[in-house]
Design a protein around this ligand. Sequence first.
Ligand SMILES: NC(=O)c1ccc[n+]([C@@H]2O[C@H](COP(=O)([O-])OP(=O)(O)OC[C@H]3O[C@@H](n4cnc5c(N)ncnc54)[C@H](OP(=O)(O)O)[C@@H]3O)[C@@H](O)[C@H]2O)c1
Length: 247
Amino acid sequence: MPRQQTVLVVGGTGRTGGRVLQQLLNRGVTVRAIVRTREKLPPGVAGNPNLTVVEASLLSLADEELQRHLRGCDAVVSCLGHSLSLRGIFGPPRDLVTRATTRLCRGVEALQPPSPVKFILMSSVSVNRPGGLDTRRGALERAFLQILCGVLPPARDNQGAADFLAEKIGPSNAFVQWSVVRPDSLLEGEVSEYALHEGLVNSLFAPGSTNRASVAHFMCELVTDSRTWARWKARLPVIVNAASKPT
Ligand SMILES: NC(=O)c1ccc[n+]([C@@H]2O[C@H](COP(=O)([O-])OP(=O)(O)OC[C@H]3O[C@@H](n4cnc5c(N)ncnc54)[C@H](OP(=O)(O)O)[C@@H]3O)[C@@H](O)[C@H]2O)c1
């Protein structure tokens, strides 16, 4: 019998994070969720014996308390995102995703787990692979993105979190391994057939689409399937609906 896995989920009250919670629990994974309010948890998960809910403000938790929630976890899944309101986009914390990613990874490192913990970050196709590897992105699109990062804190934040993992944690950290999942425009709907790509397949000016449920499915595969993890660790996979045609 394989050992039951334990996963810490942040952003589990969000539209994608809620699906991650449901799908992980359906797979029999033990889940710890740090949420601002349990009222926003997805239907059907409250009372699940495999779910522990911690009501707290993630960025305000003391280091020791965060480490207590991380201790014994095999993976951390982050589906954090800025709310789509003026306050959510332009108000503090403007570096929500970067700061949470940094704190969670540093917390894992401080615990020195016997085998590396997976850190799975929900990101976006607006995020560049470090080292200029996204050659699909033309000069005009790169300039547009630079302006976007200049004026929209969430765009800068998503790039900052990915850069932290790629550059500060790196591909051979003894305690943290990571994967940055890059969906295109998010849609509701069920898990659909989806395709995974090393690099970009659509332009920001002619975007593709990705079902939130499929993002959740792939993130759960990264947690529970060792071959999927071996394929996509230390990478920034792009996930799009198979029906979404490359432009
Ligand atoms: N929209 C798109 O088309 C698109 C496309 C590609 C990628 N993305 C990226 O995907 C990610 C998630 O998207 P989503 O639509 O699933 O997100 P969402 O539904 O807006 O959920 C965001 C989550 O983050 C939490 N959160 C927000 N501010 C917080 C704070 N200050 N402290 C702690 N938690 C906080 C929310 O908690 P509460 O429930 O308490 O508010 C919620 O759980 C984002 O990073 C986004 O940039 C979006």
